[in-house]
Design a protein around this ligand. Structure first.
Ligand code: GCU
Length: 462
């Protein structure tokens, strides 16, 4: 009897010692994240400007080939493959009201049908500013709680709870519950249309692939890819709407939906600009910086988001053949705006800045500047970053190319100068084609964030 108890306890203990002994970075292991910059394990920076055979990439032509390979790699290793758009994809416009938002906008709802018998659909809510002479630019983004939550407009159709997997909900959210995240009036005043879809009308955000999801599921795509695909199907409508300028439609998203907007823009080049708010780990943040949320945490908490292949890297980010700056680079030369929140360390603002900065050489290839930092707005490099050495990026970087050790594939580098130029809170960097800000406050998307996206779009999405 005693043996029966002692043996398993002993084995469990021995196993835990072995497991611990294998852990190179116990502080950051798995879902137990650190918030301490000095505890981040050393990491390498993979270089996207080198072809498979080691040739440096110096022309757009070479880059376009390499870009196609990277796109394929990211599909295979992380997001999964998107199917073709359905041949029976079609749209119906309804619930139009030209007196919405105090008369400033025309509201309409577009049902996006994925099949001929109309059994599979999702609803896109749109506001188009009134009184504009020509077609207007637009933002398209997914929302978290239902179209009716983005504004207290009583005319917005509330989703059908029968069609939604409500595991995540306690009742249907109130009208306008998320209106602080969707400044419809500001957008109308600025001359932008807004289109939005409740993300769980596309597929529920719970582990596994329940039958209630209306998007077709291939075996090899995760939810982030599925939502991005849904956005791309929605885009098929937007580019045909005569009220909109098809060449000036941006994709926007917050948090997991910011992860989605970046992937949507990478996959679908019709998106003229991408905005990610607090997209964090597996969005704009550099995966190898193990601070806040880590790949292991994503694997543990959100196994539905990426492919099973991606799970392999969660135990050692340094084995990833890419990092999230590759994703931003895929969007070049289209403008990308990355925003962080100072208190949102879980999403790693420095890591979000870093991906934007390291992606910049792709923009330079097209003759544009990437992330342009401003010494007058920069935070002094903090103590935490001075720790590692041996390698450091010594060359000044300002929307130009990264040269020196950062370009040596696989080198372990110092954080010290990588973060040079990281801006003080609430001082947006908008001079290049990669915009960035870190806003005071929490994980959120606010009116002030939108003000920055709009001014960036005004100057970049031409
Ligand atoms: C969690 C998750 C993040 C995600 C966020 C959100 O915090 O860990 O990866 O971005 O939810 O979507 O709100």
């Amino acid at each position: 009897m005693i043996q029966k108890v002692i043996l398993p306890v002993f084995l469990a203990f021995a196993l835990s010692v072995c497991v611990r002994a294998q852990e190179p970075e116990p502080v950051n292991y798995g879902a137990i994240a650190t918030y301490d910059e000095t505890a981040i394990p050393r990491y390498s920076i993979p270089d996207f400007l080198v072809s498979g055979d080691g040739t440096p990439i110096t022309t757009v032509k070479q880059w376009e080939e390499r870009r196609a390979d990277i796109l394929e790699m990211l599909q295979k290793e992380m997001y999964g493959h998107m199917p073709e758009h359905p041949k029976d994809l079609h749209f119906k416009v309804g619930n139009e009201d030209s007196g919405a938002i105090g008369g400033k906008a025309t509201r309409k709802e577009v049902t996006v049908f994925l099949n001929a018998d109309e059994s599979q659909s999702f609803t896109m809510l749109m506001y188009v500013p009134n009184g504009k002479t020509g077609p207007v630019p637009a933002f398209l983004g997914l929302n978290f709680q239902g179209n009716h939550t983005i504004n207290d407009d009583p005319g917005i159709t509330v989703f059908d709870p029968e069609k939604i997997d409500t595991t995540r909900f306690i009742g249907i959210p109130e009208r306008g519950a998320a209106s602080s995240r969707w400044p419809v009036e500001r957008l109308m005043d600025a001359g932008y249309a807004l289109a939005t879809v409740f993300y769980e009308e596309m597929t529920p955000d719970i582990p596994g692939h329940p039958a209630s999801g209306i998007l077709p599921f291939g075996k090899d795509w995760g939810n982030i890819c599925a939502w991005a695909w849904g956005l791309s199907c929605a885009m098929d409508y937007l580019v045909t709407d005569p009220a909109l300028d098809p060449g000036r439609i941006a994709v926007v998203g917050h948090s997991r939906l910011g992860k989605t907007s970046l992937w949507a823009a990478a996959m679908d080049r019709r998106f003229a600009m991408a905005v990610s708010s607090c997209s964090g780990c597996c969005g704009a943040a550099f995966s190898r910086r193990k601070i806040g949320e880590t790949l292991a945490a994503v694997r543990q908490n959100f196994p539905q988001w990426f492919t099973p292949e991606f799970d392999r890297y969660a135990d050692d980010e340094n084995t990833l053949p890419f990092d999230q700056h590759f994703l931003i680079a895929l969007i070049a030369p289209r403008p990308v705006y990355i925003s962080s929140a100072a208190e949102d360390i879980w999403a790693d603002p420095h890591g979000e800045f870093l991906s934007g900065k390291l992606a910049s050489p792709a923009f330079v290839l097209y003759g544009e500047k990437g992330l342009v930092t401003d010494p007058d707005l920069a935070e002094p490099v903090s103590e935490g970053y001075k720790r590692v050495s041996g390698y450091a990026i010594t060359n000044e970087f300002n929307g130009g190319t990264v040269s020196g050790p950062a370009r040596d594939r696989g080198n372990v580098i110092s954080d010290a100068l990588l973060f040079k130029g990281f801006p003080k809170a609430d001082t947006p960097l908008k001079d290049g084609f990669v915009g960035y800000h870190v806003r005071t406050g929490k994980h959120d998307i606010t009116d002030w964030d939108w003000e920055q996206y709009i001014s960036f779009a005004d100057s970049r999405m031409k």
